[in-house]
Design a protein around this ligand. Structure first.
Ligand code: V47
Length: 372
């Protein structure tokens, strides 16, 4: 079927999409500049259905943030605090393990563990944390530490990134989440996150992880001071690394939440922009299998609509979220499995519970089996 586009500039892009050809930098700019969201969405939905049919994936997970103490003071962030801030917290190992198992009726398949760049927690402490989690929850996948945390731990421990990753993997780390990538443009990073590793370093840590056989996700933070060119450049850098390693599993576009950050004058993203971001990502990232509409960040309503605009995943139950809620998110901090199922079915999609690596999970009562 050939749609009739309101914006005829989309027609050359459609030809490429229909022929399965790779889109260029200029095509990316066209997609960002077109007001024809339905036209862009039609193409991204076609690609999404080619890849995943009618399936929308979700998982039953729990976020754990062991500390919000952070040496970086990024202007984009409302979560990180200085060690001497009376509101800062750092969990003990026992508190991490206790949080992991705390009062939730459904067995989780994944712990998503990220935190601030703490100046004193050692690599041994993190290894002990992972070992303790694996001992107590042997069937749960540990998706832990952004590339930024890995870079910082390596620097503090005076080990290479490779050795740091190997030590964490031996202790139980199964894969890495996609956070901390922000936007790779150095001009923008100098303003929003000048104490973080550079974009090139983020990509290098990901490359090293993938070469060790570890999978990871990837993200892009949009809706602050970046340009459309910065966004296309970011997506194409992820695509180039994926050509090399094949290690990225999912891309998650992250809308900037300005409240309680030094950038609070920046207006919040709109529903139109959030949906477009998902659609453009699906079209440009032709080699990354999954696009996640993270409901915590987008709201369940927009994440649901995104399932018809390129996304094939809605994330998970989450349980307790701090990074976005410190920055003013008003979404709930958890959704039950039944609520996720309802959102997905109402969008006309078939829900499939997955583990972190997208293997289907079968559940009976509070016990799950990963289907391989
Ligand atoms: O690393 C921080 C970003 C990330 C703000 O891999 C902010 O499956 C918006 O990475 N406004 C954390 N964004 C979230 C994240 C994530 C979420 C869900 C799933 C996965 C996955 C990864 O959020 C941070 C940073 O890039 N962030 N502060 C803010 N004020």
């Amino acid at each position: 079927m050939t749609p009739v586009f309101e914006d005829t500039r989309l027609e050359p892009v459609l030809r490429k999409v229909n022929e399965g050809q790779r889109l260029s930098f200029e095509d990316g700019i066209t997609l960002y500049r077109s007001p024809d969201l339905l036209g862009v969405g039609w193409m991204s939905n076609a690609v999404r259905e080619r890849l995943h049919g009618n399936t929308t994936y979700f998982n039953v997970n729990r976020h754990i943030n062991p500390t919000d103490v952070c040496v970086a003071s990024c202007r984009l962030c409302a979560f990180g605090k200085r060690a001497k801030d009376p509101k800062a917290y750092t969990m003990s190992l026992e508190q991490v393990w206790e949080t992991a198992g705390r009062g939730w009726s459904e067995a989780v398949t994944e712990f998503h563990i990220v935190g601030g760049l703490h100046p004193e927690l050692t690599l041994d402490w993190y290894c002990e944390m992972l070992r303790g989690l694996k001992q107590r929850f042997p069937q749960v996948h540990l998706k832990a530490f952004t590339m930024v945390e890995i870079g910082y731990l390596a620097q503090r421990t005076k080990l290479s990134v490779r050795e740091t990753l190997e030590r964490l993997r031996e202790a139980g780390m199964d894969s890495l989440p996609g956070g901390g990538a922000e936007i790779f443009s150095e001009r923008v990073r100098r303003i929003i996150c000048d104490h973080k590793i550079t974009g090139e370093q983020w990509l290098e840590v990901a490359r090293t992880a993938h070469r060790l056989g570890l999978h990871s996700n990837c993200t892009m933070l949009y809706g602050h001071i970046e340009t459309e060119e910065d966004r296309v450049d970011h997506l194409l850098k992820l695509r180039a690394l994926q050509d090399e390693t094949g290690g990225f599993v999912t891309f998650i576009p992250l809308a900037f939440h300005p409240d309680n950050t030094p950038l609070q004058h920046v207006p919040k993203t709109t529903g139109f922009a959030d949906i477009r971001e998902v659609a453009v990502a699906r079209l440009l990232l032709d080699n990354i299998p999954h696009i996640k509409a993270y409901w915590i960040m987008m709201t369940p309503k927009i994440a649901q609509i995104a399932q018809r605009f390129g996304a094939d995943d809605i994330d998970g139950t989450v349980v307790e979220e701090k990074i976005y809620h410190d920055a003013g998110a008003t979404t709930s901090q958890n959704l039950r499995r039944s609520e996720l199922l309802r959102l997905i079915r109402e969008a006309g999609r078939e829900p499939v519970e997955r583990d972190t690596l997208y293997r289907a999970v079968q559940r009976s009562e509070n016990v799950f089996t990963v289907l391989v």
